[in-house]
Design a protein around this ligand. Structure first.
Ligand code: ADP
Length: 395
């Protein structure tokens, strides 16, 4: 079955066409600056190695972006399929829909439920809704499947989902800990299962522009550091992470508008907010090394948040077999990995410093032979996680 996976950003669209089962990527593509006259279009055929990058393109909509991609896919010279009808399913790494937390066909009812929670995940649900509605027009009759980021976390036990809020807020509005980054953490569970025969007790740290930790027990999620929204957990690049809810009424009482507060929490918090330098850890690290105290504080707060959750999940899991780092920061920052591993060395973690310093695009172990806990670096592959779940959905 040919499964197309679409990853939607606020101004970008990434594609991968998979041949399933078998996890084979046939072709990939990317449109950057959707909605502008100077968009960038990329297409690559994985079997022939053909690839093209066109700059200065007019790509006014997601629909135009996907049409260009489909044209390349079916072109006799560059393509990998004879006709668009070969694509049986399209999988989306959708984020959140009220009452639909698993893997669902994207019917009008599910799209409405995404709309209902637009205010909880505006940066994600807005672009996804727009893109899905346009792709429905371009590929009529093809099954569109939403692999919601909450899906991997529907196994989190209720005592870790329920907040101490008036119970009717949970019943009426669905307010509870959801957990996100499910495609990434689910893929990590797959990798551990493939390589070790099972996950045992594992903590997966997805550290990228946004970050979350997941406690995994025998293949299923039993906790995640995100909350009702993607604002919780350790600090993120721009987002605030765990903060006392009463900050909000206090700032309102000081005359700040709800828009100013949410913008501050979404865009001006996290690594950027504390450092005042950048939302990119690389820039923050350079500034810290140059003596910038706030940049150093941002790095320290970032690591402290991760250490906090590793400790909490160690307790919840009752021990630890694997600690996994993934995502842009998890894969590339040996400094963050070292700081975290050293802080929790008493859990039975011995890092091999040489292996930690090496770079590779393969899943690898960076702990020493004698380490009781295996420490891994695994390249994120959320698209494959989405392709597998889209293929398996009501097969
Ligand atoms: P997103 O969550 O937006 O998909 P990624 O998972 O690609 O992002 O992670 C992006 C982040 O990875 C960048 O903002 C940057 O902070 C971080 N990063 C990438 N390379 C390095 C590096 N060598 N050292 C530290 N941080 C890095």
């Amino acid at each position: 079955m040919k499964v197309l996976v679409c990853n939607v950003g606020s101004t970008s669209l990434k594609f991968k066409l998979f041949d399933m089962p078998g996890d084979k990527v046939l072709a990939d593509g990317k449109v950057e600056r959707v909605g502008r006259e100077d968009a960038i279009f990329h297409y690559g055929n994985r079997s022939t190695g053909y690839s093209v990058q066109l700059e200065g393109q007019s790509i006014p909509s997601y629909a135009e972006g996907i049409q260009r991609y489909l044209a390349c896919l079916t072109d006799p010279e560059t393509g990998v399929i004879a006709d668009v009808s070969e694509i049986e399913r399209v999988g989306f790494k959708t984020v959140l829909a009220k009452g639909f937390y698993g893997i669902h066909e994207l019917t009008d009812e599910v799209l409405q439920a995404m709309e209902d929670y637009l205010v909880v995940a505006p940066a994600h649900n807005g672009p996804y809704l727009e893109a899905i509605r346009q792709i429905q027009q371009v590929l009529p009759g093809v099954k569109l499947v939403g692999v919601f980021e909450t899906a991997f976390h529907t196994t989190i036990p209720k005592e870790r989902r329920i907040y101490g809020i008036p119970y009717e807020w949970y019943e009426q509005y669905g307010i509870q800990r959801m957990g996100y980054h499910g495609a990434s953490h689910g893929y990590i569970a797959d990798v551990l299962t493939e390589q070790c025969g099972g996950t045992g007790n594992a903590i997966s740290c997805h550290l990228g522009g946004s970050g979350s930790l997941c406690a995994i027990q025998n293949g299923i999620s039993v906790d995640n550091s995100f909350g009702f929204s993607l604002q919780a957990g350790p600090i993120h690049a721009n987002r605030i992470g765990d903060t006392d809810a009463y900050v909000i009424p206090y700032l309102l009482s000081q005359g700040m508008s709800i828009d100013e507060i949410t913008r501050g929490m979404d865009k001006r918090g996290g690594l950027l907010g504390i450092s005042g330098v950048s939302n990119d850890l690389r820039d923050v690290q350079i500034a810290a090394e140059g003596g910038n105290e706030r940049a150093q504080l941002a790095v320290d707060v970032y690591c402290a948040g991760i250490i906090h959750y590793v400790g909490a999940y160690y307790a919840e899991l009752g021990g630890l077999d694997h600690l996994v780092f993934t995502g842009g920061i998890g894969e590339n920052s040996s400094l963050v990995r070292e700081k975290v591993c050293k802080a929790v060395a008493h859990f039975g973690i011995v890092l091999d410093e040489e292996k930690n310093a090496q770079r590779s695009n393969q899943a690898r172990i960076i702990s020493a032979e004698e380490s009781r806990v295996k420490v891994w670096v695994v390249p994120a592959n959320e698209e494959l996680g989405v392709a597998r779940r889209t293929y398996e959905y009501e097969k």
